[in-house]
Design a protein around this ligand. Structure first.
Ligand code: SF4
Ligand code: SF4
Length: 418
């Protein structure tokens, strides 16, 4: 595989010294107990592929496909192996040289590029989903086996209070009476976040304004490309990255409230090549998760009182992907009345991983069940996290087990009283 070798991925596979310290951290290895479904095993397979020792790439593909790209192995690895970069490069090279065949692969490619990456089409899709929900067609589709059970279980009921209008673009200023800090930030609104959790975007905007920041919402922004990168669709992801870099060209700070999108945008320097790589790296340097930014700047607006018990569950792409762990907890500690407790597996993947829970529903279900079991042991009223995919997956497992806790995004709890 020439292109991977040129990108240095082969040299990175050599960083692995086969110590196996990453194995206990790997969700697929924990469930399946197979070496080839562990980080060490997958690195070995990718190295063999690079060395030309794999005759048929399709033989190793299932092991690479079953990886959630959660990066827990990177956190556990004492040798600093850049597992995510290796995996994403090899997946992309395989897709370019020998695209996956079959209906599911075609549908995934089409949905990600023709729908998810195009805001108007995505809005239309969600409009149809809301209509289907309203008319009871989802339930009928499940009964007639037209809607896969996995989709029915994982997709929560489409929001009954959808945001009917897109978030107003352009510059927003703090309300009268709020002391302005003289810092202007730009808000990334995402694709799934805006459609499924539009309230979270509006809460993020209000939170920033109430804390004295001027907030720009660039009109030309679009999908970050994370799902395409994970699916090996590197060229399309590069187009989206270039478009976002242009859309946020005037921003000093780009605020993200979706951990998966934030991690992908912080890696634009690696994704883009040639001259564009420097622009990607510069853009990445401006990106901040909303918790990272607010913890550094400090809250000036006291959050509303909340006399409940909460657990914080780390999204993989925030803790492993961006190294953001303490900041959300520091912010939660500032909420009057809130009791924050830890559960046993905050950094384990919940099994969401973009659309992994749709493509590998059995395995994702087992991974998610383990997570919700740990959360339930802490018996919280609130499960707080920072990524739309995790919110859906955690809520799906919460509903399956009948636990009454509410799943909330961090920013919703940080709002001051209206
Ligand atoms: S990224 Fe996650 S699922 Fe993949 S090998 Fe690493 S720990 Fe395992
Ligand atoms: S990836 Fe790191 S922790 Fe895992 S086997 Fe290789 S060197 Fe050891």
């Amino acid at each position: 595989m020439a292109s991977s070798s040129e990108s240095g991925v082969y040299a990175r596979t050599l960083d692995c010294v086969h110590c196996g310290l990453c194995l206990p951290a790997c969700p697929t290895h924990r469930v399946l107990g197979v070496e080839a479904d562990s980080p060490r095993g997958r690195i070995y397979l990718m190295r063999a592929l690079e060395e030309g020792r794999v005759e048929d790439a399709d033989a190793i593909r299932p092991f690479l496909d079953r990886c959630l790209d959660c990066r827990a192995c990177e956190t556990a690895c004492p040798s600093g192996v850049k597992y995510g970069e290796i995996l994403e490069t090899v997946r992309a090279d395989l897709e370019e040289e020998k695209p996956q065949r079959g209906f599911t692969a075609w549908l995934t490619r089409t949905l990600l590029w023709q729908v998810v990456a195009r805001q108007r089409r995505l809005r239309l899709l969600f409009w149809f989903m809301r209509l289907a929900e309203f008319l009871g067609l989802r339930r009928l589709g499940v009964l007639l086996r037209l809607v896969p059970k996995a989709v029915d279980e994982i997709a929560p009921a489409v929001p009954t209070n959808p945001q009917r209008r897109p978030l107003r673009t352009g510059l927003h200023e703090p309300p009268p009476g709020v002391k302005r800090r003289g810092i202007r930030v730009a808000l990334f609104t995402g694709c799934v976040m805006e459609q499924m959790f539009g309230d979270v975007n509006r809460a993020t905007l209000r939170l920033l304004l109430e804390n004295g920041f001027d907030v720009d919402v660039p009109a030309e922004q679009g999908c970050c490309g994370a799902l395409l990168v994970h699916a090996g669709q590197r060229q399309q992801a590069r187009e989206l990255a270039a478009s976002n870099i242009e859309a946020f060209r005037n921003a000093d700070v780009v605020i993200n409230n979706s951990a998966g999108c934030g991690a992908a945008m912080k890696e634009y320097g690696h994704l883009l090549t040639g001259d564009a790589s420097a622009a990607g790296a510069k853009f990445a340097g401006k990106c901040r998760d909303v918790s990272e930014f607010l913890a550094a700047e400090g809250l000036t607006a006291t959050p509303a009182e909340c006399r409940q018990t909460a657990v914080y569950d780390d999204p993989c792409h925030l803790c492993h992907g961006q190294g953001v762990r303490s900041q959300p907890r520091e912010l939660l500690a500032a909420i009057p009345g809130l009791r924050l407790v830890e559960h046993d597996r905050p950094e384990d993947c919940c099994g969401s991983a973009g659309i992994y829970n749709l493509l590998h529903s059995d395995l994702a279900g087992k991974i998610g069940a383990r997570k919700i079991e740990a959360i339930q042991a802490a018996n919280p009223d609130l499960i707080v996290t920072g990524n739309p995919g995790c919110m859906m997956q955690l809520d799906s497992h919460r509903r399956r087990t009948g636990h009454s806790a509410q799943v909330r995004h961090l920013v919703e709890l940080l709002l001051p009283p209206e």
